[in-house]
Design a protein around this ligand. Structure first.
Ligand SMILES: *Cc1c(COP(=O)(O)O)cnc(C)c1O
Length: 229
C-alpha cells in the first residue's frame, strides 16, 4: 500500500465530526508529506523543531503543523511564526515563552497541555495536580497570546489493552474535570489528543478527538535524519 492508500484508509476510518487525524511525518522526507498532502491530508505532526522548520519552509503553506514532541524554551522562536498547535506543553515556563513569541509574531498560538498518563519514566508531561496548579497560577491568567484548547497524552507502550484503556480513560476523566472547573464557557477547550498507530482504536473508544498516526501511514521510521533534542 502506498502512503496515499494508507492515508485514505485511515481518513475514512477515523475522521468524522468529532475525531481529527494528525499524520505524523517525523523522520520521513518532504516527498512523503507531499504524497499525503496530494491525497488530501492537511494536518501533520512533527516532533523535532529543526525537522519541522525545514519541512515547513519547503512545503505548501496551507499545511497545519502540530508540534508533538518535547519543546525546549530556546526553540519556541523558530516555530512561533507558523505553528498551528503545540501539543506538548509541559510547563508554565514553556507556556510563558510561547506567549512571548506569539506576541512578537502578533499571533495567538493554540496549545495542548501534555499530561503524563503512562506507567513509564520516559514520557514527558504534567502530572494531574500540576495541570491544576498551572491553570490556577496568576502568571498563567496573565498570558494573552496563547490559548489552551485541550489535553494530550501518550499511553504506555504495552500490549495490555486494559492498561491502555485505563490510561486513556484517566485522561478523559481529567479533561472533563478541567473543562468543568476552568473552561466551562470556553468552546475552544475541546480537544483530547490521544492514540497512535498501535492504540488509536482504544483511544477513540475512550473519547479521543485527535489521533496521531505515523508508522501506519508512512511506514517504519528506519533512518533518523535529525538528532533528537
Ligand atoms: C511518533 C509519535 C506518534 C506516532 O507514532 P506511530 O506509532 O508511528 O503512529 C504519535 N505521537 C507522538 C507524540 C509521537 O512522538
Amino acid at each position: 500500500m502506498s502512503i496515499a492508500d494508507n492515508l485514505l484508509k485511515y481518513k475514512a476510518e477515523i475522521e468524522g465530526p468529532t475525531v481529527k487525524l494528525v499524520a505524523v511525518s517525523k523522520y520521513h522526507g518532504a516527498d512523503a508529506v507531499l504524497e499525503a498532502y496530494h491525497a488530501g491530508q492537511r494536518v501533520f505532526g512533527e516532533n523535532i523543531v529543526q525537522e519541522l522548520v525545514e519541512k515547513q519552509a519547503e512545503l505548501p503553506k496551507d499545511i497545519e503543523w502540530h508540534l508533538i514532541g518535547h519543546l525546549q524554551t530556546n526553540k519556541v522562536k523558530y516555530i512561533a511564526p507558523f505553528i498551528s498547535l503545540i501539543e506538548s506543553v509541559d510547563s508554565l515556563k514553556l507556556l510563558i515563552e510561547i506567549d512571548k513569541q506569539a506576541a512578537k509574531n502578533k499571533r495567538i498560538i493554540d496549545c495542548l497541555l501534555q499530561v503524563y498518563i503512562a506507567d513509564e519514566d520516559t514520557k514527558f508531561g504534567l502530572a494531574f495536580d500540576e495541570v491544576v496548579d498551572l491553570l490556577r497560577d496568576e502568571q498563567f491568567s496573565a498570558l494573552k497570546n496563547i490559548r489552551i484548547v485541550g489535553l494530550m497524552g501518550i499511553a504506555s507502550n504495552t500490549k495490555m489493552e486494559k492498561q491502555i484503556k485505563d490510561e486513556f480513560n484517566e485522561l478523559k476523566v481529567l479533561f472533563d474535570g478541567i473543562k468543568a472547573s476552568f473552561f466551562r464557557k470556553d468552546e475552544a477547550f475541546k480537544e483530547i489528543s490521544m492514540g497512535m498507530s498501535a492504540d488509536y482504536k482504544i483511544a477513540i473508544e475512550q473519547g479521543s478527538t485527535m489521533v496521531r498516526i505515523g508508522s501506519s501511514i508512512f511506514g517504519k521510521r528506519v533512518i533518523k535524519h535529525f538528532k533528537a533534542d
